[in-house]
Write a protein that binds this ligand. Structure first.
Ligand code: GUN
Length: 291
């Protein structure tokens, strides 16, 4: 069994990006600049955005964090987005999701300049991704592709089951892995809450990508020997034996699944750190495209 080490791989990618930034600076070119917008006080979202901004500092990027209160109107957020679209100093930016209920997510994503949409969530960029045109790939699926590629996990002709059909992970993952690409050429099934006989599907799978948000959902009896497991979930569960009172669990019951797996991502330290590394990669690309 090989652990797909996202922490190490993301550190390698960040080192590659930092090297590139040094070159840009030495050539007197512009330093890439990422902005992140967060609306409200969701603890997990704040942690994620904080990690993204910190990663920018680590590789030598400029970063701007824009924190807006929960009660921010849709109009005010759209105005902020318009400002970011016009601001030449900003190469790329993200609006952290989920947004408060009173704000229409689709309206917001549509307002982002597609050339600055380093999350790859704008309909134009989703379309470009589906058509295999150059674009910003969404960071989590992109990170998974990079992990599979760097560890040379075979994907061509393999059966992949993606559990979850979210716009951020499951749906793009299924599209990307069915395409002609290094970590692609797979036969992909998308499973979701209405799927019947899920276990029959996962038992046939060479690769299972679990992006459901249900702690320890996938158990050892649901997978075959030699399977590759990609665990996108990260949930806090109470654990009185821990000092802080909780532990982090993935969507995979690691202890029963890992003994059957050829490759598996841990939680934490698997897909999560890769997401941040690929956001940086997209920001670097946004800066290069502009210059
Ligand atoms: N919420 C959960 N994942 C993401 C992500 O990759 N980008 C943004 N903007 N919001 C998220």
């Amino acid at each position: 069994m090989t652990i797909l080490d996202g922490k190490k791989t993301s550190a390698d990618i960040k080192a590659e990006i930092a090297e590139k930034v040094k070159e840009l600076k030495a050539q007197g070119k512009k330093t890439p600049h990422l902005a992140a917008v967060i609306v409200g006080n969701d603890g997990a979202s704040k942690t994620y955005v904080g990690a993204k901004v910190k990663a920018c500092e680590l590789v030598g990027f400029e970063s701007t964090l824009i924190e807006l209160p929960e009660e921010t109107s849709e109009e005010a957020l759209l105005q902020k987005i318009n400002d970011l679209n016009q601001d030449n100093a900003i190469d790329g930016y993200i609006v952290q999701l989920p947004l408060p209920r009173h704000i229409d997510e689709h309206k917001v994503l549509l307002a982002i300049d597609a050339d600055k949409d380093v999350d790859g969530f704008h309909p134009t960029n989703v379309g470009r991704m589906a058509l295999e045109l150059p674009t910003f790939l969404p960071a989590t699926p992109y990170g998974i592709l990079e992990l599979l590629e760097r560890y040379q996990v075979p994907t061509s002709g393999k059966n992949v089951v993606v559990i979850g059909r979210s716009h951020i992970v499951g749906r793009p993952m299924s599209i990307l892995m069915s395409q002609k690409r290094a970590a692609g050429d797979a036969t992909v099934t998308v499973a979701h809450s209405r799927t019947q006989n899920l276990k029959e599907l996962t038992l046939q799978a060479d690769i299972v990508v679990v992006a459901l948000g249900v702690a320890e959902f996938l158990t050892g009896d649901m997978v075959k020997e030699g399977v590759t497991i990609i665990d996108v979930g990260i949930t806090r569960i109470e654990d009185s034996s821990k000092k802080n009172g909780f532990r982090l669990a993935g969507d995979v019951h690691f202890d029963s699944v890992a003994p059957k797996a050829e490759f598996i991502t841990p939680v934490p330290g698997g897909v999560g750190p890769m997401t941040i590394a690929m956001l940086l990669k997209n920001t670097l690309l946004a800066g290069e495209r502009k210059s």
